[in-house]
Ligand binder design. Structure first.
Ligand SMILES: Cc1ncc(COP(=O)(O)O)c(C=O)c1O
Length: 430
């Protein structure tokens, strides 16, 4: 039998080329082939025992919970963010959900107007907007200045837009670029948003994985118009536990936003999982062991990502120095003509070519909103040499005893080194 699909799904949401990469990697693995997986953005370090024990302790919690979250977790998240953001956050401004992705969905569904996205930006923002028939306006950026966000381009969009309201989604540290917005830029963007009454969804899920410099939230400069999103997926490597958080602005406007997002939640997921919410109270508590563990994992992400970045720089690949998360967004436009001779004209072609010819899995820049023919790729270092739970546990132990970051990478990262060797061969064949 055949059924007609909703126009937003059937017509406007094209299947992503990301699927091709992941599907192909799975096939290659199933056939026993080696693939160097730089396409997978999941922090792989072991869950901290304190949080695991808390989950075990609360495994028998079986009831539905309020769609905003249990009071003790909302309080713990508020206290955590008060410490992080340096300004007092009250529990009634916090909502938790099964993942920050769900909250991004809820806020986009609950508000009117167009969505503004920097280029490049995380894969799910735009498809989510499309699900609600929201217009998406892109702030143009180029590889020449490492996709820097230009506030004057944001202003131009707002000046010429026919939409009554705008939602700007910022993500710092960024997936896909590994870059962060500095205080000066954030203050400038905040001023523009204030002038045009833009609602900012500040996706700070990588906030605690910043290693290059301090993470600063735009809420410091634009508290009245910023919703701060976070969660346990990245700094605690708990993506599969599905817990995300949002903090709405103070006052009536914020309260209304929270209630609207909670309404979406109540119709869609009811509440985040009960045992996970109780365990999350421990995860958000002030705890020296947890803080040290987060720091250790972040330092290791930083060491691994910087190593790949240095290696690519030595091959003259243009790529911004990463300062947070575990991503790089290198550009290969320099080799455009030689690649064209091999039929590689777009970032999708390039990702396929690298996978088919060099067994390196990456994601095409196009999935992140860059123009089709811009030869940028998103590389993730989170999976390579940490393919199994045993390997990632061993790597954390090694990092404990390692005194020399370079030696840790050279001696204990065969996959990473092979990737660099293959990139070198690939580029010399062009
Ligand atoms: C930029 C960004 N935002 C949000 C998410 C979603 O995270 P969560 O696990 O909280 O849904 C991800 C996950 O990859 C991400 O990279």
């Amino acid at each position: 039998m055949k059924f007609s699909l909703s126009p937003s799904l059937g017509g406007r949401l094209a299947p992503s080329p990301t699927l091709y990469v992941n599907e192909r990697v799975r096939q290659m693995w199933a056939m026993g082939e080696t693939v160097y997986h730089l396409g997978f953005g999941e922090s792989r370090f072991p869950a901290h025992p304190k949080v695991v024990n808390a989950l075990v302790e609360h495994a028998s919690r079986q009831s539905y919970l309020p769609s905003t979250g249990i009071p003790e977790l909302r309080q713990a998240v508020a206290d955590f963010h008060s410490r992080q953001l340096g300004s007092e956050v009250s529990a009634d401004r916090v909502i938790v959900a099964p993942g920050s992705k769900a909250l991004l969905f809820a806020f986009q569904m609950a508000t009117a107007g167009a969505t503004i996205l920097p280029t490049p930006s995380w894969v799910s923002y735009e498809p989510q907007s499309r699900l609600f028939n929201r217009s998406v306006l892109r702030i143009e950026a180029t590889p020449q200045d490492c996709h820097r966000l230009h506030p004057d381009r944001l202003r131009r969009i707002l000046n010429t837009s026919r939409h009554e309201q705008h939602l700007l989604i910022l993500n710092s540290p960024s997936n896909p670029t590994g870059q962060m917005f500095g205080p000066g830029l954030l203050a400038e963007v905040a001023e523009i948003c204030r002038q045009y009454k833009v609602l900012v969804l500040s996706d700070e899920i990588y906030g605690l994985t910043a290693y290059g410099r301090e993470h600063v939230s735009i809420s410091r400069y634009y508290p009245e118009g910023t919703v701060v999103l976070g969660g346990m997926s990245k700094h605690l490597s708990l993506g599969g536990w599905r817990l995300g958080t949002a903090i709405v602005p103070q006052g009536e406007g914020g309260k209304e936003l929270l209630q609207a997002a909670a309404k979406v939640g109540s119709e869609l997921w009811s509440s985040a999982s009960a045992p996970v919410q109780y365990a999350a109270v421990t995860a958000y508590s002030e705890d020296a062991d947890l803080a040290a563990y987060i720091e250790k994992c972040t330092a290791l992400h930083g060491a691994r990502t910087r190593y790949l970045w240095r290696g690519l720089c030595e091959l003259d690949v243009s790529c911004a120095e990463p300062v947070g998360g575990f991503y790089l967004f290198p550009n290969f436009d320099h080799w455009r003509e030689n690649l064209a001779q091999r039929g590689v004209l777009t970032s999708v072609d390039l990702a396929r070519y690298l996978l088919d010819e060099w067994q390196i899995a990456t994601l095409p820049g196009k999935d992140f909103g860059t123009p089709e023919t811009e030869l940028s790729l998103r590389l993730s270092t989170s999976y390579i040499d940490l393919e199994t739970d045993e390997k990632s546990a061993a790597m954390i132990e090694l990092a404990d005893s390692a005194t020399d970051e370079e030696a840790l990478l050279q001696d204990h990262h065969p996959g990473m080194n092979e990737v660099l060797a293959r990139f070198q061969k690939f580029l010399t064949t062009l």
